[in-house]
Design a protein. Sequence first.
Length: 247
Amino acid sequence: MRVEFLGTAGFHPNSQRHTSGVLLPDAAPDAAFLLDAGTGIWRLVGRDLPSQLHIFLTHAHLDHVAGLTYLLDVCYGRDLQITLYGDHFTLDAAQSSLFESPLFPLPLPHPTREIVPGVAFEVAGVGVNTFELTHPNGCLAYRFDWGKQSLAYVTDTLGDDRYFDFIRGVDVLIHERNFCDEFGKLALASGHCTSADLVRAARFSGAQTVVATHFNPLTATDPLLEDDVYGQIPGVVAARDEMCLDF
């Protein structure tokens, strides 16, 4: 299983990072999964993709959905079947606000499937479940199960422990680390995680592979050098745009 990071910044892009997007190009036979749709989606324009693209949206904030408008170019010149997944609020925001004048001149042309948090379902034979996180206007964590492998995607959440049971025993944990510990008050106010929150979640999950993403775009150096995250989570990976991992 390959994991490709299309965008690893939160809030807005910078010269090194676009906003959130994680691609699983071989998630299922003839199907790719895309987790969130930030500005990093432009990297899919013109590249080889299977015939089906399933897009799982965590929430409706622009750094996670703005790239949906790029799908016109992603689909150009090929027959690509796209389905969008999200809760009612997120899908409604995409359809009635993002893909609506005056923000965008065309309607959303792809089918959607509404998710009820906590109700498991299957996509292309892969088990999918969600958990509602603590974040302004809500956010979904996703867990994907292939039988012998599992991956959890947790972004935009307050550093509480409400979702810890949801990620317990996962093989790969992709988790946000928006702020260093110094900005704990800002993290609390905005519904995001600090280094300490990431460390707690990683240790509880028992994940073999932990990848941190959704970094503060104002951070100019490796974000995990802050608070010695590398020392606290052995083997942790700081996601970079266009980075690929296999598991």
